[in-house]
Design a binder for this molecule. Sequence first.
Ligand SMILES: [Zn+2]
Length: 314
Amino acid sequence: MSNADHARVPTIDRHDGPGASPAIVPATHRSAGGSTSARTFRQGEFDVTVFSDGHMIVPAAFIAQDAPADQREEVIERSGAPSPNVLPAANVPVLRRGTELILFDLGDGGRFQPTEGKLLGALRDERIDPREVTQVVLTHAHPDHLWGLRNVAGELNFPNADYVIGQTEWDFWTAPDVASRLPEAFRGVVPQTQSDLAAIAHRVRLLKDGDEVAAGISAVATPGHTPGHLSFAVAGGDGLFITADALTHELISVEHPAWQNGFDYQSDVAIATRQRLLDRLTHDRMAVLAFHFPFPGLGRIERAGSGYRYTAAR
Ligand SMILES: [Zn+2]
């Protein structure tokens, strides 16, 4: 089940620049994430640096499909975004431990939204050579997470890395008939996605719930956004939870987890996953690192009345 037909999909097809999609507007708003220079903190044995791939521009009506209009406007206003859009950030964490350099997702390589594709430049600014990356962890195969895999010549941007992704996610997107199982508006992503996945087929390791990416980093199945979506728990202190897109907006996903998100492939499953995750994160007092929350996407989920709220780390 998908709700993608309830509202127009923002920019799911490839485009070549500003104006190519009606959802693309000039960047006259304040950045959703404010400053986006790299941010570093310590987590267990890892030095974690969050890089920005840029940000997306998405109609709020698409990711809060069944929200009452006044409540939807209230969250747009509070997020500081220019109505009717929200501006999800694109935060890419890099974990370093000795010679291990582990990247979580790849950004969109400038192929999906013209306000993204900034990851390689951000790494360069911090003098990180893409050839040093030892492992790339793909939380799921959506364009804003996968399409930064290769350069325009078709070469891997991280040529020496091993790649990991969920087995279920791999099986879903590499199936010859995947397009027929997607809502029509999403079918345009299939050729690029399958081509990217084929480029790592010979070196990919497929994960199941609970598998370790490296010592201290384990996969947690958080399905619904995509069928094989994975989040990752990083050991140390109360723990750090790399949510990826199990939570996609700091207000909508946290304060209104039951609102339907047009990007969720299986809406009912995604909602149940969100509610279970919010409960776990507050119960376990884990820090969260969320791909689409305002840069750098690091903070905590707390109980607030009968629901939850997100507080960014300072
Ligand atoms: Zn995403």
